[in-house]
Design a protein. Sequence first.
Lengths: 115, 112
Amino acid sequence: ETGVTQSPTHLIKTRGQQVTLRCSSQSGHNTVSWYQQALGQGPQFIFQYYREEENGRGNFPPRFSGLQFPNYSSELNVNALELDDSALYLCASTGAPGTPFYEQYFGPGTRLTVT
Amino acid sequence: KQEVTQIPAALSVPEGENLVLNCSFTDSAIYNLQWFRQDPGKGLTSLLLIQSSQREQTSGRLNASLDKSSGRSTLYIAASQPGDSATYLCAVGIQGAQKLVFGQGTRLTINP
């Protein structure tokens, strides 16, 4: 069984640029969620994708957008980067929403630094 | 709005001690509660998942309890080891468990 993988591991961008982060879900999982974790804080929910559709969104502006592909992998896109976007971005996968054991499995994260 | 609080923010104990980490949440309408471990700069490792209908879960030296009515969960670690040093996060599943709301974590240090 393959776990959740994310790429790249680290990324440095300049304010105003755009970035794309990638996530491959765990084998057998069709739901992917993205979280932002600032230094010293708990992760904050960005959004979730289920069957290639957005299935819930947290309190993040529209410049945070995502995609899910037929193989259930996902991308997080952030436009017009701001210094406060510097964080660890975590991807989590799980079985379909509402399944009895809705345990979320997290990837290793992508560390984004905006200068 | 659901809020999750973890106390203490940091804890340092000698090796071998049993310890309890606390998590409280403001809204009892949760789908489940999950405890995670996070090593510095790394992702989250799921430790235990408690469904809303359950009272506790056990895995090895770890035991997690859930009291929905009081909005509390505890993570009990028996016979602590230096390898247990990490940040421990609790998260409640809401909105059909499509969303996890996290506490800020407890940074645990086990001293040899």
